[in-house]
Structure formats: C-alpha cells, structure tokens
Design a protein around this ligand. Structure first.
Ligand SMILES: [Zn+2]
Length: 140
C-alpha cells in the first residue's frame, strides 16, 4: 500500500514516496509526499494523521517506501511510534534527498526508548523502480 502511494505521489507531481501507519493489521493513516523539495514528507504526513486519530500508537508500525529522514524519524518517535519498516535504504538514492549525511543511528541512539527499524530489502527493487522513473521524468 505504501508502494501504491509512492506511485500515486509521483504521478501527481510529488516526491515518489509513500507511507502508511498500521496498528494491529488496521491501516490508521495513509499518505503521499509533496513536491520535492518540501517539508511535507509522506512519512511525516502519515504519522501526523495517525496521531490526530487519537489511536494508541505504541503498537503502531510506520511503513515507508524510502528510509525515513531524520525529521520524519523524529516525528514518528515523538508520536509514540517505535517501529519503522522501509523498502529503500537511504544509501541507495541521491543523498541530497536527505539534507544531511548524518546517519539515522546518530539520532536514534539518543532516544530514551528503542526505535526498531526494519529494512524490507525484498521490496527495495520495486520501490527503487518508482524512484528511478520519477528521477528520469525530472531529468535528475
Ligand atoms: Zn522525511
């Protein structure tokens, strides 16, 4: 579903990322990105919508097509989410998409509670296809 969001995001002229928040097999929120570069990333949007739903996010998982940036990782953590699953590792795409070369671990290691991050590598190629098509369309 996050991959579908990424395709839709690109088709609508936005950055090719998608995210959803799931709690116990129930999709709480679903989001696409905004035009690149922009503040409103798919993961932050999905987390914000999930947070506003008043659902307990302690057992929530944020699924994103691209490894979350530091901002979105922080937003997820502050919303109470402790698990992020992503398809594309950040070292697979242009580092300028991330605004900083600081590793995500440098942020997470400072959190009081553990934030689990899972790379769903079997979906990486499919997700990268969406990003590469967007880059081609943008002449990047
Ligand atoms: Zn982000």
């Amino acid at each position: 579903m996050a991959l579908e969001n990424a395709s839709r995001s690109a088709a609508e002229g936005n950055f090719p990322a998608g995210g959803i928040v799931v709690v116990e097999d129930r999709v709480i929120s679903s989001a696409i990105s905004s035009p690149y570069p922009g503040l409103l990333h798919a993961d932050s949007k999905a987390v914000t919508a999930a947070f506003e739903s008043d659902t307990d996010l302690g057992k929530a998982t944020l699924y994103v097509t691209l490894e979350s940036c530091l901002m979105c990782t922080g937003v997820a953590y502050w919303a109470g989410i402790r698990r992020i699953v992503y398809a594309i590792a950040k070292d697979q795409v242009d580092p300028t998409y991330y605004e900083t070369a600081q590793p995500t671990a440098a942020l997470i290691d400072g959190f009081n509670e553990r934030l689990e991050r899972v790379h769903l590598s079997e979906l990486q190629d499919e997700a990268l296809t969406i990003v590469r098509a967007w880059e081609e369309a943008q002449n990047l």
